[in-house]
Design a protein. Structure first.
Length: 628
């Protein structure tokens, strides 16, 4: 058996592509490659010992802090390499992840860097004012009213280094009015520019003339005139652009930087002497792919930073203007890898087709009998032939059932035998892959029922088709043989990650009634939490933070249990006290129940209401309801 540390496309699930050296497979388990290297299944089992049985969101704050430091280090390296005299600063856009379990340790772990927060709403601005270390940058983007601009003035009076980026001339007029009312100190002013350069990928509309945000060239000139006439041109310190999230190619960014650099130089020569910064927005892509042929980005972090620094230096030199301070956001890059969703598999649906379910008669229809003989005699030599025969027989037998020539028992035997033959053939032929076998896997993949809501925890998969790395937490020293589709527990047919022959997922054939099997969904720390939907009223899963001390020992901290059923009902504006009153009233009016029985039933129901809505155990043979 090959070493588990060597690359294997099934056992390592493409970690060398997406793992960023944060995770490693050792002794058949995936481990966090830091400190004493706890395995994810070890962390999960400890949480289950604490009584948390549903899905878990596990945070690793050190990974987000590592990403910020890596970004700063690469820009500093590029600045030294090209002799760049401007500074580098960055902000984390709160829209990517506002949860305190992420933002608070991020700010604590980067306080020595020129790193702050970006806000796009009043609530986010309050968070930025509260959590950003004084002296570190705050930027404010998005549409604003007088109240939001006033809050920005208050942040400046607190001592924050805050820049309000103008999205329209009306916002600049509001700033001028607030300056007359509130006076100094006031925020710095930024101008968001609408570039000709368009974005790419799923977020292409973030850039170009049809984009939602930014000032046109005509509006830029109008803004300059307004700033000069109001004697506020000295407050203009930044221009900002954004061409889209998850840039898979670097060329549009290079074009955008040339365009923005020239605008920067023109504005400087028009009298904006304190204009010293260009915010290039976000867009630095994250690698989500587990397959060599589906890589998400065609550039490295070194190339990204080199291109930004080199191009801005080239433009500044050519135009005889100071090299600007470079700002970035890159929220997805910072946040994505810090969180892992871990969810238990509840059932493998084809295991309903087990040999013990067969109801073989003394006399069977000839094709059913032949299927039975195929199953008993299949081996590696004849596996491909028998697989073809089984699939042909199934079509014929289902037709015979429709015509009334075989009964329901014969049909059930047919389905069970064909699944057993397919399963056995795949095991026998797994080492001899072919397009034909992959096509069969695509047709008859295993359905894994997983205890999570795709809509709550992976909304970008449902809404945008964004794939996330998925793999089991253990058994990684055993080759998986089952082509897998993942079903969540919502009553929605869209709650599925279907098997994709071009992006296949293979999992293990396990008996979950005898042993636990956990799946990890990686890089879910950006956007997924805050965009998560309460479909079927499933809520944010229980979360836990893994911290490492100086000796490398790990500790579970900040455990936040998923909301109870009553909490989630209260959140969507039900009067939970009234719900409890009505339930109690209905039971009290039920004359078929004795008082002791009534109290016992009510006590049990109240217990369920105080727990979260995720499943604890499930056994469909005992009457649990399936959903369509």
């Amino acid at each position: 058996m090959p070493s588990t540390n060597s690359y294997n496309p099934f056992r390592n699930y493409g970690i060398h592509l997406w793992g960023e050296e944060n995770f490693v497979v050792e002794n058949g388990e995936i481990k966090i490659d830091f400190g004493k290297k706890p395995s994810l299944v070890q962390i999960t089992r400890q949480m289950r010992e604490y009584g948390y049985k549903g899905p878990l969101l596990v945070r690793f704050p050190h990974l987000a802090i590592k990403n910020v430091r890596t970004l700063f280090n690469h820009f500093e390296r590029a600045k030294q390499e090209f002799g760049y005299k401007g500074k580098f600063k960055a902000v984390f856009p709160l829209k990517v992840n506002q949860y305190p379990g992420f933002v608070t340790p991020l700010m604590e772990g980067t306080k020595d860097l020129e790193y702050g927060l970006e806000a796009g709403s009043k609530a986010e601005l309050i968070l930025a004012m509260t959590l950003t270390n004084l002296g570190r940058p705050i930027t404010v983007n998005g549409f604003k009213d007088r109240e939001m601009i006033s809050i920005g003035f208050l942040a400046a009076k607190m001592g924050h280094d805050i820049t309000i980026t103008i999205e329209g001339i009306n916002e600049l007029e509001l700033i001028i009015k607030e300056m007359d009312r509130l006076g100094s100190p006031m925020p710095k002013i930024g101008l968001r520019i609408r570039l000709h350069t368009g974005g790419i990928g799923l977020w292409a509309k973030s850039g170009g003339y049809s984009s939602k945000f930014g000032l046109t060239s005509t509006e830029l000139l109008e803004a300059m005139d307004l700033l000069k006439s109001s004697d506020m041109i000295d407050r203009l310190s930044m221009i900002h652009f954004h061409i889209g999230s998850q840039m898979d190619h670097i060329s549009p960014l290079k074009k955008a930087i040339r365009e923005a650099g020239n605008i920067y130089a023109q504005l400087r020569k028009m009298g904006a002497d304190n204009l010293h910064a260009i915010n290039i927005g976000g867009g630095l892509a994250v690698e989500y792919s587990q397959h060599e042929n589906l890589i998400n980005r065609n550039y490295t972090l070194e190339e990204f930073t080199n291109d930004v620094v080199f191009l801005l230096k080239e433009i500044a030199t050519a135009k005889s203007v100071p090299e600007p301070t470079i700002f970035t956001e890159s929220g997805r890059y910072v946040a994505a890898s810090h969180a892992v969703l871990i969810a238990p598999v509840l059932e493998l649906f084809s295991q309903e087709y087990s040999e013990k379910r067969l109801r073989i008669k003394e006399t069977n229809p000839p094709l059913v009998q032949e299927l039975y003989d195929l199953y008993r005699s299949i081996c590696e030599k004849n596996a491909r032939e028998y697989l073809h025969d089984a699939l042909d027989h199934m079509e014929s037998l289902l037709t015979l059932f429709d015509l009334g020539y075989i009964d329901l028992v014969d049909r059930a035997n047919t389905e069970t035998l064909v699944h057993l033959i397919i399963k056995r053939a795949i095991e026998l032929l797994h080492g001899k892959p072919s397009r034909e076998i992959k096509t069969i896997l695509d047709r008859v993949q295993e359905r894994y029922l997983v205890n999570f809501s795709l809509f709550q925890s992976l909304p970008d998969y449902w809404g945008l088709g964004q794939h996330f790395p998925v793999m089991p937490l253990d058994r990684l020293d055993t080759e998986p043989t089952r082509s897998a589709s993942l079903w969540d527990i919502t009553c929605d047919s869209d709650g599925e990650i279907a098997f994709n022959i071009d992006n296949p997922l293979y999992l293990h054939d396990v008996d979950v009634k005898k042993e636990e099997y956990f799946l990890g969904f990686f890089k879910v720390g950006a956007y997924q939490e805050i965009l998560g939907m309460r479909h079927n009223l499933f809520t944010h899963p229980t979360e836990v933070t893994v911290r490492f001390d100086e000796s490398g020992e790990w500790h579970l901290e900040n455990i936040i249990e998923a909301q109870s059923i009553l909490d989630i009902l209260d959140d969507i504006d039900y009067d939970t006290k009234e719900i409890e009153r009505k339930i109690r009233q209905i039971f009290e009016e039920n004359r078929n129940l004795e008082n002791d029985e009534r109290k016992e039933i009510l006590g049990e129901l109240y217990l369920y209401l105080s727990e979260n809505g995720y499943l604890r155990t499930i056994n469909f043979s005992e009457g649990a309801q399936r959903c369509d």
